[in-house]
Design a protein around this ligand. Structure first.
Ligand code: E4P
Length: 216
């Protein structure tokens, strides 16, 4: 399973990249706004900065919702760097845009996916990635991991090659369960990635080894 970081924060991206296990980055308009990135020029520059930091796919989201404007926006985003993947919302015009991008050699990530039916449509349109938001599914009292399993099962038996990108990760357990459920990629905030490191018995064991090392 590939590891992406879900942030537009350059310091977090650098920290995760320095671990040597980072395969890419996802962003969204909320994450970009959180970093205070405003205006087309700054937005395009920020994506270029991220691409310079990480050698892997970087999802950059379109901000419009009609086919024609999404295509124009997506072309500009894709021109920034070969690793840019155009992120498109799961709406009717979004599906049309994903099909257009696919036919024109631009890779896409279909975002805001909450059902298996939506995931089938995204795959039919040729999306490179589909992003089920498992944390938000859990928030609505359904099971986000079950959704990953269902999409994985459908894609396997139907032979779709769209990659399942588990998104809206809230903790380290979500990462482990996404891996078990067959997600190809997990995009996570830095805290969740670092959360995988933690176990109290590791801390206790290391403290004891360091103590005993003094007697060696
Ligand atoms: C996906 O790519 C989104 O950026 C993200 O995972 C949304 O997560 P949230 O539900 O924590 O906002």
């Amino acid at each position: 399973m590939k590891f992406f970081i879900d942030t537009a924060n350059l310091a977090h991206i650098k920290e995760a990249n320095d671990l040597g296990i980072l395969d890419g980055v996802t962003t969204n308009p909320s994450l970009m706004a959180k970093e205070g990135i405003k205006g087309e020029e700054n937005i395009l520059k920020h994506y270029a900065d991220i691409c310079a930091l990480v050698d892997g796919d970087v999802s950059a989201e379109v901000l419009s919702t009609d086919f024609k404007t999404m295509v124009e926006e997506g072309k500009k985003l894709a021109a920034i760097h070969k690793n840019i993947v155009v992120k498109v919302p799961m709406i009717k015009d979004g599906i049309k845009a994903i099909k257009w991008f696919t036919d024109n050699g631009i890779r896409t990530n279909c975002t805001l996916v909450f059902s298996a039916g939506q995931a089938i449509l995204a795959a039919k349109a040729g999306a490179s990635y589909v992003s089920p938001f498992i944390g938000r599914v859990d928030d609505s009292n359904w099971d986000g991991i079950l959704l990953i399993e269902q999409i994985n099962h459908i894609y396997s038996i139907q032979g779709f090659d769209t990659q399942i990108l588990a998104a809206s990760i809230r903790n380290a357990l979500h990462i482990v369960r996404s891996a078990e459920a067959g997600a190809h990629v997990c995009t996570c905030p830095l805290d969740s990635i670092l959360g995988l490191l933690k176990h109290p018995l590791t801390d206790i064991g290391l403290a004891k080894f360091l103590e005993d090392a003094k007697k060696m």
